[in-house]
Design a binder for this molecule. Structure first.
Ligand code: AMP
Length: 138
């Protein structure tokens, strides 16, 4: 299915493209959450990570790493958040697989906060959860 990113790939709408090869393309996220915020996108319009073939995923993660280094050097970033939302409940808004590279800077005021549920859990709870995941893998 065509997405807004397909239109960018086909040069039907403008974007600031910073990298492209046979499998992936990278361009500036229009929101620029922080300086240099970039999306790395599969050329094929896979909806989410679950649809992306392994070879493409392996290639993409190397591109993500190389671009993260380049972006950090370009803007003198102090760190990088990599973000990939899969599904509307997870915050995905464009259903065409992509990874956000979000460079981080001192005092950039971006909050990535994961609630800590430790105080509500027993060792039994952890054991059960780990066992459920291990069972689902087999
Ligand atoms: P997500 O919410 O993880 O699906 O991320 C989708 C991202 O695509 C958002 O951060 C948008 O800002 C970005 N986006 C949507 N349209 C464009 C566009 N035309 N050019 C660049 N980025 C876009």
């Amino acid at each position: 299915m065509e997405t807004i990113f397909t239109k960018i790939i086909k040069r039907e709408i403008p974007a600031h493209i910073v990298y492209e090869d046979d499998l992936v393309i990278a361009f500036l996220d229009i929101t620029q959450t922080t300086l240099g915020h970039t999306l790395v996108v599969t050329k094929e319009p896979y909806k989410n990570i679950f649809e992306v073939p392994e070879d493409t995923l392996k290639h993409l993660i190397v591109v993500v790493k190389n671009l993260s280094v380049a972006i950090s050097n370009a803007f003198n970033a102090s760190g990088v958040n990599l973000l990939n939302n899969n599904g509307a409940m997870a915050g995905q808004t464009v259903f065409h697989y992509h990874v956000h590279i979000i460079p981080r800077f001192k005092n950039d005021d971006i909050k990535v906060e994961l609630p800590n549920q430790m105080s509500t859990l027993t060792q039994e709870d952890y054991k059960k959860r780990a066992a459920m995941i291990i069972a689902a893998l087999s």
